[in-house]
Structures are given as C-alpha cells and as structure tokens.
Design a protein around this ligand. Structure first.
Ligand code: GLP
Length: 245
C-alpha cells in the first residue's frame, strides 16, 4: 500500500482520495467491490476518521463510490457523463491527472468589478467583490492563471484566509458551508499578453485556453466569476460527449 506523505502541502485526505481513486480507476478495486471499512483505512494509512470521511466524500462527489447506509462504501459502476465537463477545482483536476498542485497568490483585493461581472455575480449596485488572482502550478511548473471575483455576500471573510495553501473550493465548503453545484462557462483561445506570458513562463504570444464563467451554489447563488488562463502546451480539456437521438 502506498503510504501518504505527511510533510506534503497536499492535505492527507486529498492524498488518500488520490490513492483510492487510482485503485478504482485501475480496476484494483473493481466496480461493485466494497472499499475497506473506515477503521481499516485509518489503520492502513495511519490517518484520522475525519481524513477518511473527507476522502470518501470527494470520491462520492466524483461518482466513483456509492455509500450504502449500514452496508459500507462500494466502487461505483462507471457512469457516462452527458456531454458535460465536471465542475472540479484546480486542485482536484490536477490530482486526478496525477500532478501535484500548488499556488502563488498574485493579487487579493476588494474592489468594484466591471459592470458585466457584477451583474453575473448578482451584486447590488456599488457592491464590491473579492478579486483573487492565483498562479497555479502542476508539479512546480506554471499551468494556469486563475483570476476570480468572489461574492462577499457568500464568503465575507475569504480575504483573511491563507489563499496560497490548498483549495478555495474546499475552503468555501468548510468555512461557509457552500456546496458548488454548476457553472456556466465558455472556453476559447487567445494569445498571452507579455505579463501573462511572464507569469506562466511561456513566450509572449503563446496561445492560451481561456475559461470564463460563473459558478453557482446548490441554493443558486452566484459565488464566483472566473477567468482561468491555461497553458495550451500543458493542458487539455476532457469532455465526454454522447450522441443522443
Ligand atoms: C478551477 C476554476 C477556478 C477556481 C479553481 C478553484 O481552476 N476554473 O475558477 O477558482 O478551480 O481551485 P482550488 O479549489 O484548487 O483553489
């Protein structure tokens, strides 16, 4: 059994989720087979019950396991995704690709967003939002530049959190009880400006994938307006379209 790395900046539950994910995806734990019970996972990986629960929660959200009250947790039958991209955090996305995520905070300030963004974020007139710009790394190499406005009505103290460590989507859930449900996004290409190129460590003019949109919570509040720039030499989108009659 691979052991978890306690000194890593990647939280233990992410590491445990990744280990179990790999076992499920590779067929080492086939669909329908029961995962070891909580207590056994705690002993095998030397982690707390909470760590095991957070890891299983993440796998459940991804549709990789099903919990059956009283019977245990089982590897799920693979589900087809209906032509949609799953809404993942950068952290989850990288871990699923077998890469180690990290971040550098470039900017964090409260300001009035441009009117079009304020409207998408469902803000009141003159209501500010929190702009967070993070350079996102995968295996210590720049992968993406995330610029997001967060609604302060939804997460009023986000600016005082350590936004350089870990996942903002996790923070939204743990601190503010926000469960993200869906996003409305577009993906297009454009060339990097000299400043973006400098941050992303590519030549100016290199083409980038630009993802832009709004993320909503389960209670239908707009939580984040995002613009993420991905290096097209390192990143590809994964979609599973279905042809339906
Ligand atoms: C993706 C989204 C961003 C979002 C980020 C959160 O990259 N495109 O809009 O801010 O995930 O990632 P994390 O939870 O790892 O901070």
């Amino acid at each position: 059994m691979p052991q978890l790395i306690r000194s890593s900046v990647t939280p233990l539950y992410h590491q445990l989720a990744q280990t179990l994910r790999t076992q499920i995806r590779s067929g080492a734990i086939p669909a329908g087979q029961q995962l070891p019970p909580e207590r056994e996972l705690m002993e095998i990986y030397h982690v707390s019950r909470n760590t095991v629960r957070l890891a299983i929660d993440a796998l459940e959200r991804e549709g990789l396991v099903d919990r059956d009250q009283g019977r245990g947790t089982f590897a799920a039958e693979p589900k087809l995704q209906l032509g949609v991209m799953r809404l993942t955090s950068f952290t989850e996305d990288m871990l699923e690709r077998g890469l180690t995520p990290s971040s550098r905070l470039v900017e964090c300030r409260t300001e009035l967003p441009p009117p079009a963004i304020a409207e998408k974020l469902q803000l009141l007139p003159n209501e500010p939002a929190l702009l967070v710009v993070r350079l996102r790394y995968a295996d210590a190499e720049p992968m993406a530049l995330n610029s997001s406005y967060f609604s302060l009505a939804q997460c009023p103290t986000l600016a005082s959190e350590d936004l350089e460590q870990g996942s903002i989507y996790d923070l939204l859930n743990r601190r503010y009880g926000i469960t993200l449900a869906k996003a409305e996004q577009t993906v297009r290409a454009r060339n990097a400006t000299p400043q973006e190129a400098g941050l992303l460590n590519v030549k100016a003019g290199t083409s980038l994938l630009v993802v832009e949109g709004t993320v909503f919570s389960t209670d239908n509040h707009a939580v984040e307006h995002l613009r993420s720039l991905y290096r097209s030499d390192r990143y590809e989108f994964r979609v599973n379209p279905l042809r339906i009659a």
